[in-house]
Ligand binder design. Structure first.
Ligand SMILES: N[C@@H](CCC[C@H](N)C(=O)O)C(=O)O
Length: 261
């Protein structure tokens, strides 16, 4: 069976978009099909899949990681999803998109879009380890789980070929781990190992979690804008007076076609 797809990315966190307005094309999208689509040699290639399903009350972003697992939210993905809805489905900004972490509002013009990512939850410190080396990490939820580690050098954690070890009691469903350095005032850079996708070029929810931890460490007033550099570009994050996280960054559609994968 052939079906349409598009390919897009936000700061080089890349996704296969699957239009499935009636929910009839992919049914219960299998983990096996997601893995085949995301395969960078035998498939289209991507860090995840964004399945677009129209519900009675609006569009739902059915996000899957490259290994076929489900996540609550994807910050770069939702900007790409909004770009798709705007350019191909005629949806106007601001637009509301349903996710497993509730409804998110997307707005913007031109190349950059802003996502209202909701209210962060900050928990106790925890520990993550790579290659026998351990760091203290701050546990932050942006709907999905993050462990944020400040380091002296982004190379410190090595190549991140495997999921960092973590406390399964704290993160029973796994965790996204960000390693972060300071670049200047309200300016940080990060690497990420994403749950279900490996080391990627960017993570939007991760950038939000990082900005939250940096703002707390800086005792920064609400409304302070943080620049977060990732290997694939730059995101800007603001923690607002009303306790919401606004993330701004690029979202591009770069290809489309049909596949029978
Ligand atoms: N790349 C995403 C996060 C995708 C989900 C994550 N891997 C998880 O399992 O929680 C982003 O931009 O936020």
């Amino acid at each position: 069976m052939s079906y349409p797809f598009l390919k897009g990315h936000g700061t080089e966190n890349d996704f296969v978009v699957l239009p499935d307005p009636d929910g009839t094309v992919h049914g219960d999208l299998s983990a096996e099909r997601v893995r085949a689509l995301c395969d960078r040699r035998a498939g289209i290639g991507g860090d995840g899949v964004l399945r677009a399903v129209r519900r009675d009350d609006g569009w739902f972003m059915d996000y899957r990681n490259a290994d076929g697992s489900v996540s609550e939210m994807c910050g770069n993905g939702i900007r790409v999803f909004a770009r798709y809805l705007h350019e191909r489905e005629g949806e106007a900004f601001p637009m509301r998109i349903q996710t497993r972490d509730g409804v998110k509002t997307l707005d913007g013009a031109g190349d950059e879009l802003t996502a209202d990512m909701g209210t962060p939850e900050v928990f106790e410190d925890t520990t993550v380890s790579v290659g026998g080396r351990s760091w203290t990490a701050r546990h932050v939820s942006m709907g999905n789980p993050h462990a944020v580690v400040f380091v002296d050098n982004l190379a410190e954690a090595g190549p991140l070929l495997e999921e960092p070890e973590h406390d399964d009691g704290v993160f029973p469903e796994g965790v996204n781990v960000e390693f972060v350095v300071r670049r200047g005032e309200h300016h940080v850079a990060m690497r990420v190992h994403e749950r279900g996708s490996g080391e990627t070029r960017s993570c939007g929810t991760g950038a939000c979690a990082v900005a939250v931890v940096a703002a707390l460490a800086d005792d920064a007033p609400r409304g302070t804008a943080y620049r977060v550099d990732v290997p694939g570009g730059t995101l800007h994050v603001v923690w607002t007076e009303d306790d919401r996280i606004l993330m701004t960054g690029p979202a591009l559609l770069v290809a489309e076609g049909v596949t029978d994968l």
